[in-house]
Design a binder for this molecule. Sequence first.
Ligand SMILES: [Fe+2]
Length: 281
Amino acid sequence: MDDGTLHIHRIGASAGAEITGVDLSNDLSNDQFAVIHQALLDHHVLCFPDQELSPEDQIAFARRWGDLAIHPNLTGMNDFPEIIAVERKPGDSGHLGSEWHNDTTSLEKPPMGTMMYSKIVPQVGGDTLFANQYDAYDALSNGMKDMLDGLSAVHGDGRVAGPRAALNERRTNKTDESDAWRETINTHPVVRTHPETGRKALYVNIAYTLRFENMTTEESQPLLNFLYEHSHRPEFTYRHRWSENMLVLWDNRALVHLALNDCPTSHRLMERIQIKGDRPF
Ligand SMILES: [Fe+2]
């Protein structure tokens, strides 16, 4: 790759690349964007340090990847409904996304990617952990792969929103927990094929997956519990340390992630945009 300035270097064994030499507040050329797009497919998490980005800049970069998603359970920023201010204030005992998950798999077409721009970062703590679900699938036995390849799972958002979730009291970000809220439920393959790379990735997560299709919750739970644990074996993970004014983009089709709940006295503020995805197959 030789475009003059843009540099990509790997920062994690299982996932993660840092990209420097590009200013995301400027329009990217098609060649620059093609290089960054391929980097997302190759490295799954891209990190752009030291970016000065307005909300409009973030939206412009996100739109290079596709249409923007409006979150079903969270309210966006006043002038920018596509941007969620993901915030943890001192004293909160919880925050969004503290369990391993792919984002919003309750949707028929979950986001293909999520972009976060760091505004306030704790001095220590508040890292984001990612786990590579191609690697998780590849590490399964052939017998398990054969069985999972034929299974689908039902996903819903009742653990993260609605009255049953009861999470709002502990955190700054509020989801709709009213009685009028209705759960969104969709069924996805347990092993999805990435629409761009053609690789297979494990695709169940504890935040949204309810059970295997055509099975009861009780029948499903033992194998789901094994898969949840397996999905974040240490060798599949990359732990991301934030600095302020860093933009991170990850591939929601190839990774699970969580925001570590380890900074109870700190303030953490991120601006997040999600990019619409396809129906998993
Ligand atoms: Fe998330």
